[in-house]
Design a protein around this ligand. Structure first.
Ligand SMILES: [Zn+2]
Length: 155
């Protein structure tokens, strides 16, 4: 089909599906973060200006607008900042809905300035409270993937 806009300008429209194979690259900071996970290591990057450490990492410090270039090793512990009970997974877009409720929390890894949204394991909501200490639960098989962190549990 051809649509006429102005003299000499044609737009061609083709209806149908186009199959496009592609890979999405998460960028250097998240790539390095996932490499660390595969070795059972949590890493964050640090803003050279204000000293904030980001875990998960960020390319740019939102306060200083400079690149966070220095890498630091972080412990497997953190603080549960908040949580909720849901029947939707944090990841796995195609199979998001789960049959039983899970707890999803915001965990600030010790030594970092931000928090990650992650499943809270091995606890009921009654056993959790804000600002309690939590520790990482590693997946059984590490693949350099977001799900290498199975979740966090009370420390
Ligand atoms: Zn900064």
């Amino acid at each position: 089909m051809t649509l006429k806009l102005e003299e000499g300008q044609d737009i061609y429209v083709k209806k149908g599906m186009v199959r496009a194979e592609f890979n999405f690259w998460v960028g250097i900071p998240m790539d390095k973060f996932y490499d660390g996970l595969q070795e059972k290591k949590l890493v964050g990057n640090k803003c050279p200006k204000c000293g904030k450490v980001f875990c998960p990492p960020r390319k740019i410090c939102g306060d200083c607008f400079v690149e966070a270039t220095e890498w630091v090793d972080l412990p497997e512990t953190g603080v549960l900042k908040n949580f909720t009970v849901t029947n939707y997974k944090v990841s796995e877009r195609n199979t998001r809905k789960v049959n039983k409720d899970i707890i999803v929390g915001l965990v600030q890894v010790d030594g970092s300035s931000n928090a990650m949204l992650i499943e809270i394991k091995n606890a009921t909501s009654d056993q959790l409270k804000e600002d309690m200490k939590v520790k990482i639960v590693w997946a059984k098989k590490l693949k350099g993937h977001p799900e290498d962190i199975a979740g966090f549990e009370p420390a």
